[in-house]
Design a protein around this ligand. Structure first.
Ligand code: FAD
Length: 512
């Protein structure tokens, strides 16, 4: 089936100090992968720089990635202790010490929120649940008000969905597959309370999922792999956009290099300064590369942090005052419900969610029915809600601490909790059940300290023009989740990809 291991994404020699290149892309997530592929197809050589590793070599256990239940050094980005979103079980903390390593999941801590992000060639596509959701068209005006909805829904969403390999679960198979018992329980409870329940498309290979259930292939989603990476079945960017980009022969990826500065070069173009790091995170070299054009695709947080620092410290002083603003958490909040003993959710749970509850119009919440793949019966239903919160934070340069801060406050999640409760209070009341209080701490009902969906910080048509060109600096572009002002009403990567497709088409036509 060809899905056992991810194809190596990194080819060619790493970028050398003093190199001069036409285009440099910072980051290898969705925005960066779209930019690289379309530029290369237009005949432009592209150098991609990625701070994380290329995840292509199995460890001594034969796996590239660890399971969610047994994180090791590969799990976390330069931490010495894990920081699992479900941090407790029956009230007992489950985090543990791990060796510091350039692992695949970053739990980046700001004062009021922990932002989870993928690190490595493929960015967030390495660690996410693959839920590939196109927002309802009538909601698009609130997501990206300056973008023509017709061109997105006629051209760029279809293009993104096709290139990402988005597919749907076989609804007949779903009815009996043991690994989706938890989703069927979620459906039953949602429907008995009168909520709209829906299948959610995903980029996981659904044939491979069936084969995992049948026991004919090596298990990945059915063996507890997701948040710390999937060895098989997952069509991450490494297997879609990035492999296509590399196949053009015009794209080179340099992993374990972190961009620190971008500034105008005396003779035109930009000097990009970067640090080469080893797997312990130590800087082993610094390099300067000159690039004609630079695409910021370091993710909402990575791009925003770079731009805010570069404006404040004098490298790019002409960036406008919108830089760093308009950041949101996509309204993420998690909760668990304690089911009755007759509503077991199953000992075998696919890590790939396949369904959601849509109460956006009435209550401002879209909740995915999430797995809790512990291998034992938990009688718990777990949910990640995306909510219509209006709270937006701002990144700012903290000169004394030499870092970028984020003004998010934990208390702002109360809006999201209130919206999520429009679903779960009703279900609990109907089912005679209660919230689990043992999953996110000791006696804590809501996981209100995190987001998986950072968005904004260099908002389209504000910090940039309407196609991602940064104000004040011809040849500098933003092409990732930083462009989207804080909320997509559903899981975000299809919208990030489609917007990148729209913008790069214009940039290739007009700027190259
Ligand atoms: C656990 C988890 C589950 C998720 N599940 C889903 C889901 O099911 N569906 C969905 O739609 N979304 C999901 N998401 C969110 C989704 O993955 C992100 O929205 C998406 O990856 C963002 O794309 P991006 O192109 O903006 O940036 P990213 O994918 O974050 O890529 C940015 C890349 O830039 C690199 N980088 C950052 N700074 C630098 C630097 N200074 N120098 C060099 N490289 C740098 C990073 O290492 C990273 O590889 C999930 C996220 C997580 C963490």
């Amino acid at each position: 089936m060809g899905t056992r291991f991810a194809a190596p994404a990194s080819a060619g020699a790493p970028l050398g100090d003093g190199a001069s290149v036409p285009v440099l892309v910072i980051g290898t997530g969705y925005g960066g992968a779209v930019a690289a592929l379309r530029l290369a197809q237009a005949g432009v050589p592209v150098e991609m720089v990625e701070m994380g590793m290329s995840w292509d070599t199995p460890g001594s256990d034969g796996r590239i990635f660890p399971k969610v239940t047994s994180p090791d050094h590969r799990a976390y980005w330069l931490r010495t202790r894990t920081k699992a979103p479900v941090s407790n079980f029956f009230g007992f903390p489950i985090d543990k010490d791990v060796p510091r390593f350039t692992g695949v999941l970053d739990a980046e801590e700001f004062a009021g929120i922990t932002v989870y992000q993928g690190r490595g060639v493929g960015g967030g596509s390495l660690v996410n649940g693959g839920m590939a959701v196109t927002p309802k068209r009538e909601r698009f005006g609130s997501i990206l008000p300056s973008v023509d909805a017709a061109e997105m829904y006629d051209t760029y969403y279809p293009r993104a969905n096709a290139a990402l390999g988005v597919g749907s679960i076989d609804p007949v198979w779903f009815e009996t597959a043991p690994c989706y018992q938890y989703a069927r329980v979620g459906r039953k409870h949602a429907q008995r309370s009168g909520f709209a329940w829906t299948f959610v498309p995903d980029i996981y290979d659904w044939d491979y999922m069936k084969a995992e259930q049948a026991g004919t292939v090596t298990r990945s989603a059915l063996d507890g792999q997701v948040m710390y990476g999937n060895d098989a079945g997952k069509k991450s960017l490494v297997r879609t956009y990035l492999s296509q980009a590399l196949a053009t022969g015009r794209v080179n990826i340099t992993p374990l290099h972190r961009v620190t500065t971008v500034s105008p070069a005396p003779g035109g173009g930009y000097v990009v300064r970067m640090e080469q790091i080893n797997t312990a995170g130590d800087v082993v070299a610094t390099k300067n590369v000159t690039a004609g054009k630079v695409f910021f695709a370091a993710g909402s947080v990575g791009t925003s942090k770079l731009l805010v620092k570069l404006k404040a410290t004098g490298s790019l002083p002409l960036l406008n005052s919108e830089v760093g603003k308009g950041w949101g958490d996509n309204g993420n909040v998690m909760c668990g419900r304690a089911n009755h003993m007759w509503d077991a959710t199953g000992t075998l749970q696919s890590t790939i969610p396949c369904s959601g509850i849509d109460n956006w119009a009435a209550g401002g919440a879209f909740a995915e029915v999430a797995p809790l793949p512990t291998g034992i019966e938990t009688y718990a239903s777990l949910y990640l809600s995306i909510t219509n919160t209006s709270k937006r934070a701002e990144f700012s340069w903290n000169a004394a601490a030499n870092r970028v801060d984020l003004s998010w406050q934990t208390a702002w999640k109360q809006d999201s909790i209130t919206m999520a409760k429009t679903i779960f209070d009703k279900i609990n009341s109907k089912e005679g059940t209660i919230y689990r209080t043992d999953l996110f701490g000791v006696y804590k009902q809501w996981q209100d300290g995190l987001t998986y969906h950072p968005l904004g910080g260099a908002v389209l048509n504000k910090a940039t023009d309407n196609y991602g060109r940064l104000q004040g600096y011809p040849g500098l572009y933003v092409i990732d989740g930083a462009l989207i002002p804080g909320n997509t009403t559903v899981n975000p990567f299809v919208t990030i990809t489609a917007l990148a497709e729209r913008n790069i088409e214009r940039i290739v036509a007009a700027d190259l």
